[in-house]
Design a protein around this ligand. Structure first.
Ligand code: SAM
Length: 274
């Protein structure tokens, strides 16, 4: 029986091409083909390094259909690489269906680690990094975004989000409204690129800076937010979230009583009435 090939999951730079590792280069040079999110984009990266391997498109719209064929090819003995446009594949990028199908078929899946915007941002944020939560992109619409944020308001671990240039300002405004303007955060922009900027401060100040300086709204962003304080703050935030939901169905006083009981927050912090 033919020995199956290996599926290599290869991280590529998030800006600075010097961040492509020697092992990533070796792997890309030797595989039978490279699965890429955007073949034109990856072609440019390969030609910068003088590489010329066959490219196969693998993106969110064709991944289900392609996975079976790619696994058949791996089982037939070809080794393949998977890359995304930037950073580590599968991190807010396609690939998990292919990896899952390859693993289910008994194919070896091996990482070639490298850049990841979230981890790069965390490494320079100066916020607690022993426990953290990666939330990826928030919903595009404000109501859904606030709802998602309110579910996270009591989270005590450091929170990490990806954001785009056209939404960074409103996302920071929503974060300040839901988490409170005093919560500490970091906005990491254009990491490893010419205009790399890492701003830190309370959410309200970061929102002020980003809304008044057009340059601070350009490029790609990671937002890191300190978790809720361990005790009272977290309980109150959780109580407020429960109160908001329960008061859709119950009288305010009943909703506050139940939310206080479930969260451990003082009832008065949730609802002023008797
Ligand atoms: N797989 C990638 C990784 O490992 O970081 C992330 C892909 S996701 C589709 C793209 C998002 O990552 C951008 O919208 C931005 O939020 C973040 N990002 C990518 N490159 C960045 C950079 N150089 N500086 C800051 N954020 C970046």
């Amino acid at each position: 029986m033919q020995t199956p090939g290996t599926l290599h999951i290869v991280a590529t730079p998030i800006g600075n091409l010097g961040d492509l590792s020697p092992r990533a280069l070796d792997t890309l040079r030797t595989v039978a083909a490279i699965c890429a999110e955007d073949t034109r984009h990856t072609r440019q990266l390969l030609s910068h390094f003088g590489l010329d391997r066959p490219l196969l498109a693998l993106h969110q719209h064709n991944e289900d259909a392609q996975a079976a064929q790619l696994v058949a090819r791996l089982l037939a003995g070809d080794s393949l690489a998977l890359v995304s446009d930037a950073g580590t594949p599968l991190v807010s990028d396609p690939g998990f269906r292919l990896v899952s199908a390859a693993r289910a078929a008994g194919v070896r899946v091996s990482p070639v680690p490298g850049a990841c915007a979230a981890i790069a941002a965390l490494s320079v944020a100066g916020l607690p990094s022993d426990r953290f939560v990666f939330e990826g992109f928030l919903p595009a619409r404000s109501a859904a975004r606030r709802e998602r944020l309110s579910r996270l308001a009591g989270e005590t671990r450091t929170l990490m989000f990806y954001e785009s240039a056209h939404r960074i300002e409103e996302t920071l405004a929503d974060m300040a409204a839901v988490f409170g303007g005093a919560r500490r955060a970091v906005v990491a922009r254009e990491l490893t690129k010419l205009f790399e900027t890492v701003l830190d401060g309370p959410l309200s100040a970061l929102h002020g800076r980003v809304s008044t300086e057009a340059d601070q709204r350009k490029g790609e962003f990671v937002v890191i937010v300190e978790g809720a304080g361990d005790d009272v703050d977290a309980r109150i935030a959780e109580g407020q979230r429960l109160y908001a939901k329960l008061s859709e169905y119950l009288k305010p006083s009943q909703a506050a009583k139940l939310a206080a009981e479930l969260s451990g927050a003082p009832r008065k912090a949730l609802y002023g009435g008797e």
